[in-house]
Design a binder for this molecule. Sequence first.
Ligand code: NAD
Length: 322
Amino acid sequence: MKKALVCGAGGFIGSHLVKKLKKEGFWVRGVDLKHPEFSKTAADDFIIGDLREVEVVKKILDRPFDEVYQLAADMGGAGYIFTGNNDANVMHNSATINLNMAYYGVKAKIKKIFFSSSACIYPAYNQTDPDNPKLSEESAYPAAPDSEYGWEKLFSERLYLSFHRNYGLNVRIARFHNIFGPEGTWRGGREKAPAAICRKVAETPDGGTIDMWGDGKQTRSFLYIDECLKGVRKLMDSDFVGPVNIGSEEMVTINKLAELAMKIAGKKIKIKHIPGPLGVRGRNSDNRLIRKKLHWEPKMKLEEGLKKTYEWVNKQVIKIQE
Ligand code: NAD
């Protein structure tokens, strides 16, 4: 039986990944500061631990795992990453985790490690036009991410690649673009746009008004969790090291995203645009490389994934109101 270690298994993507690996027949160990928030972990073994601590990292790497998925990071939505208030923690916490995992991963002779980087590594100067952002993998340099979160991810990509070159660490690196779905953070300040909009629409009666940061004309693409995990597993099973984008090419404005959520909810709601942290003006996945290397790209329409997410967020809202 193949053995997998999932770091960040209490988080959104990690908890879904554990379920998928279990379905595929892996023995799975999960590690996180916390248990998954919305359902019981599917992991065979779940360790509560802080991956900044060397002793914890040594303890969890007690065997030569076939596959390690390094998803643990100090992160959140725009409200967490772009205010600047969490910069030191974001950089220190996530970099320490990655330094530990690369170094002790080599010592433990792990067979393969996946690292989740982000679209946030791409230079801000290529994302000023909402209709025409440039996010092909090689355009990452000259580097100019618009957040410390992006800089840490870029550093850690390079860290894993250097361990690959110098110590033969078998790495796979993907740059995720806005992953969303059920059982993701939906309130409290770390939630991302799809969950935040679903929550606002669910909480607001027909004819009411919701707040939105900025003019809503900034563009993004969003990838449903199941599609993201398919891509991750395909990358792990391939010989391609990456970095490669894992995202959707269905670019929408945030206004359009809100309209879709309203359509799904069957409500007519007004949008009040207010100042707030925004990030870049335009961002979309560029899937040419993943098509070429993995002969695959995500296909699910945004509306389909958003419907599943809205239904789940709506249930959470109802639960709280009861
Ligand atoms: P998440 O915040 O839900 O999960 C991250 C998990 O890491 C959390 O459960 C957190 O408790 C854990 N963690 C943080 N510090 C830790 C520590 N010191 N020790 C142990 N565990 C720790 O985020 P997610 O959306 O599931 O994202 C997973 C990974 O994918 C992250 O690395 C993130 O940067 C990356 N990513 C996500 C997206 C997205 O849209 N969700 C986009 C780009 C990149």
